[in-house]
Design a protein around this ligand. Structure first.
Ligand SMILES: Cc1cc2nc3c(=O)[nH]c(=O)nc-3n(C[C@H](O)[C@H](O)[C@H](O)COP(=O)(O)OP(=O)(O)OC[C@H]3O[C@@H](n4cnc5c(N)ncnc54)[C@H](O)[C@@H]3O)c2cc1C
Length: 427
C-alpha cells in the first residue's frame, strides 16, 4: 500500500485529476523541497541512515553553476566526512595555506595573515559539490520541475498538503523545507521575512590554461565599502568575488553579464594600481558563464533566536532557516551540518518500526524536529550574528558605525575563527 495519502477532503485537490495528484511520487516518507546544497545533503544523510526521501526542485535540472565556488572550512569537511563524500571532493580543489586580508579604508594599510596549517580549507567549484552529493543519491531521488506554490495542513488528517504551480498536489507525511532564502515553507511557519545587506556580490571563475602564478591562498582587499578577493581552486582555476554597494534589481547590470563585468571594473578603478591591475586581469579574463551578481539575504540573528522553525511534521533547514550572507563563508557548510544533525536525530526514532502514517509517527517526527531546532539554534545564531556584524561593517560608509561594529566583533568574537572548530558529530 502507498504510504503517501492522497487527500479527498480538500475541495481544492478533489477537483484535480488523480494523475495530476500522484505524478510526483509514490510512497516516500519524507518530502524535501529544494535541491540546493542543503536539500541534497539532507536527502543523502537520510539515505545513509536508511530513510527514504524525495527532493522536489523547481528547476528543470541541478542548479550547479550559480555562484561559481564555495569555501569549505574544517567544520564543513567534518560534516562532509560524515556524508561519505569528502574524499572525492578533496581531489577537486587545493588545500589553502593562508587567509590574507588588507584593509585600505580610512587611509590604513594593515595586512592580516592567518595560517591555515591546522585546518583544512578548500574552495570548491559549486558544481563539484552539488554533482557529488547528487551522484550518491539513489536514482529518482530528485524530481525536477516541481515548484512549490503553497503548503497547508489538511484540517482532517493534519498532514501537510503541498501544492505545486502546475496544479499538482501531494499529501506528505514529513516536509523539510530546504527552499533557500525566500522560502515558502519558512513563510508558512510564520518566520519573519529575510532582509538584504546593503551590498551586492559579483562572482566568477577565471581559467588559466597554462597555469596561474597565485599562491594557494584566500586574499581579500577592503577599501571603503568595496571588498574584492581571489581564492585559488586549483593550479588552473581562480575564483574571485567583489562586494559592491547595493544596486537595485531593475538596473541593466542584472540582465547582462558584460554590463556586470564593466560596472565591477569601473567600481574598482579607485583601488591602488597594483591591486587594480591584478583583479582587472582576473575579471577581464573571467568565464562569462560563471559570472553572476546577487543580493545577499540574511535572517536577522534576533529572529533566529526566537523563530519557530517547525510546526507539526513540517520544518525548515539550510538557508530557509538561517540564510546569513557570505562574510564568514559558512552558510553552505551550516546547511550540511544541519543535514547530518537532522538525519542522526530522525534515525534515532526508528521510523520503520512505527506503523506508517500513524499518530505515533507524527509525534515522533515532531519530537525529532524540536530536538533538531534545540541542537542547531545557538550554533546558527552565533554564525549569523558574526556574519551580520561583518556584513554591516563592510556595507557602511560611516566611520563611527565602522568603529562600533569592530568593537562588537572584538567583544563578542575574540577568536574570530572559533566557528570552524565546531563538530556537528557523527551521522
Ligand atoms: C556571494 C555568496 C557567497 C557565498 N559563499 C559561501 C562560502 O564560501 N561557503 C559557504 O559555506 N557558504 C557560502 N555562501 C552561502 C551558501 O551559498 C548558501 O548558504 C547555500 O547555497 C544554501 O543552500 P540551500 O540548499 O540551503 O539553499 P539554496 O542554495 O538557495 O537552494 C534552494 C533550492 O530550492 C529550490 N527552490 C526554491 N524555492 C522553491 C520552490 N518554491 N519549489 C521548489 N524548489 C524551490 C531552488 O531552486 C534551489 O535549488 C555564499 C552565499 C553568497 C550569496
Amino acid at each position: 500500500m502507498h504510504s503517501q495519502t492522497y487527500i479527498h477532503s480538500d475541495p481544492l485537490i478533489e477537483s484535480l485529476p488523480l494523475s495530476n495528484i500522484s505524478r510526483a511520487m509514490d510512497d516516500d516518507e519524507v518530502v524535501i523541497i529544494g535541491a540546493g546544497i542543503c536539500g541534497l545533503a539532507t536527502a543523502l544523510a537520510l539515505h545513509r541512515k536508511g530513510i527514504k526521501s524525495v527532493v522536489m526542485e523547481r528547476s528543470e535540472s541541478l542548479r550547479n553553476v550559480t555562484g561559481a565556488a564555495i569555501g569549505i572550512q574544517p567544520n564543513g569537511w567534518r560534516a562532509l566526512d560524515q556524508l561519505g563524500v569528502s574524499e572525492n571532493l578533496r581531489h577537486t580543489a587545493v588545500r589553502l595555506r593562508r587567509f590574507r586580508t588588507l584593509d585600505i579604508s580610512l587611509g590604513g594599510g594593515k595586512q592580516k595573515e592567518i595560517s591555515l596549517c591546522d585546518g583544512e580549507t578548500r574552495w570548491l567549484r559549486r558544481k563539484d559539490l552539488i554533482d557529488t552529493l547528487y551522484a550518491e543519491l539513489p536514482p529518482g531521488a530528485v524530481k525536477f520541475g516541481f515548484q512549490l506554490e503553497s503548503i497547508k495542513f489538511d484540517p482532517y488528517s493534519s498532514k501537510p498538503v503541498l501544492r505545486f504551480i502546475d496544479g499538482s498536489s501531494i499529501v506528505a507525511k514529513v516536509v523539510i523545507g530546504c527552499d533557500g532564502g525566500k522560502s515558502i515553507i519558512a513563510q508558512f511557519l510564520g518566520l519573519k521575512p529575510t532582509k538584504i545587506f546593503p551590498l551586492c556580490a559579483v562572482r566568477g571563475l577565471t581559467y588559466y590554461p597554462n597555469g596561474h602564478s597565485y599562491d594557494y591562498e584566500f586574499a581579500k582587499v577592503m577599501k571603503d565599502n568595496i571588498s574584492v578577493g581571489r581564492v585559488t581552486i586549483d593550479d588552473n582555476l581562480v575564483y574571485w568575488f567583489c562586494f559592491l554597494p547595493y544596486i537595485p534589481k531593475d538596473e541593466k547590470v542584472w540582465e547582462d553579464p558584460e554590463v556586470t563585468r564593466q560596472l565591477t571594473l569601473e567600481l574598482l578603478s579607485n583601488h591602488p594600481q597594483e591591486i587594480h591591475q591584478e583583479i582587472h586581469e582576473l575579471i577581464e579574463n573571467a568565464d562569462m558563464k560563471s559570472l553572476s551578481i546577487t543580493h545577499m539575504r540574511y535572517r536577522a540573528p534576533w529572529d533566529l533566536l526566537t523563530g519557530s522553525f517547525c510546526k507539526g511534521t513540517v520544518m525548515v533547514s539550510g538557508d530557509a532557516m538561517h540564510v546569513m550572507g557570505p562574510f564568514l563563508a559558512q552558510g553552505g557548510a551550516a546547511g550540511i551540518e544541519d543535514a547530518v544533525v537532522l538525519a542522526r536525530i530522525m534515525a534515532q526514532l526508528d521510523l520503520n518500526s512505527v506503523e506508517s502514517g500513524s499518530k505515533v509517527m507524527a509525534h515522533k517526527v515532531e519530537e525529532s524536529f524540536n530536538q533538531f531546532v534545540k541542537q542547531r539554534r545557538m550554533r546558527v545564531v552565533r554564525l549569523s550574528l558574526q556574519t551580520y556584524i561583518i556584513g554591516m561593517l563592510s556595507g557602511t560608509p560611516s566611520f563611527i558605525k565602522k568603529v562600533i561594529y569592530i568593537m562588537l566583533l572584538v567583544v563578542l568574537f575574540p577568536n574570530p575563527y572559533n566557528h570552524v572548530n565546531y563538530d556537528c558529530g557523527d551521522l
